[in-house]
Design a protein around this ligand. Sequence first.
Ligand SMILES: C[S@@+](CC[C@H](N)C(=O)[O-])C[C@H]1O[C@@H](n2cnc3c(N)ncnc32)[C@H](O)[C@@H]1O
Length: 283
Amino acid sequence: MTREFLETKIRRVFDEFSNEEWCDLNSSLLNADSYFATVNQQKYILKYYGAYFCELYGMYEKFIREFKENELTVLSFGCGSGVDCEALNRVIVDLGKNIEINYVGIDIVNWNYRPNFPWATFKTMCASEIKTSDVADVDLFVFPKSLTELSKETRGRIGELISQGSSKEHIFFINTYVTDNAVDGNRVDGIAQFSTINNILKNANWSCSSSPTEYLYKTNGDWLGYNFNFFKLPDELKPFVEKLKVNCQNQDGSSECIKCDIDFIPILNSRYLAFNLLEYKRN
Ligand SMILES: C[S@@+](CC[C@H](N)C(=O)[O-])C[C@H]1O[C@@H](n2cnc3c(N)ncnc32)[C@H](O)[C@@H]1O
């Protein structure tokens, strides 16, 4: 069951995190440089995985319900721990679909906690290094909260390769955007970044069936469980991480410890979700 999967996945990471030293969390922002450290990956997963899994599950569910082919090739840019790959798997299982999937996830960091499916491959590389052979047969490109982390040059390279190298008549994009309040378009990041790719596709005679600058969000921005009935985090997670500093065994009364600010709260609300599913057709 998807609920059981989600809770178990996060509990496994939580169990390892609770035995870690958390001092490094104090100085690092969560970005591509810090994801190399396991403790930052753990914090990222404990904070965001549940919410982002829900969002990606919703997007894949919409896509798979409408996808009529027997084979599906997916390329995910900045796949991180493979949360979108797990969401795709749960959708296929829950919908009882029989589709042959070829999933490739690329990320500059070789994350821990990735799934191990025979149909999924993870490549450690910068997205700017992709080649025509990586995109030629892809039906669905996914940018899971990653557009804001890719440089303009990298996005341009991706757009050029897809526009020139795709062998398909139709291609799709699942984009999930970074936000802390999806109702407010000014607080949704990633849409402007996608326009680099959209402009290249448009100039190369691909047309999008909807406006790529429009995004969707949940009108009920409260607890994720109202929108996703499988949403479940381990009960012990929130009380522990919101008092992480108190739980720290390394505290020695030093000025660094007194100033330390490592407490965090897992994302529990749908207002952090902003997404769209785009279809492009060759003119
Ligand atoms: C915000 S995280 C999203 C991770 C995951 N997709 C999720 O939704 O939880 C962005 C990811 O993009 C990756 N990334 C950043 N720059 C990249 C690049 N140039 N090429 C490939 N991956 C990159 C980071 O390492 C990180 O895993």
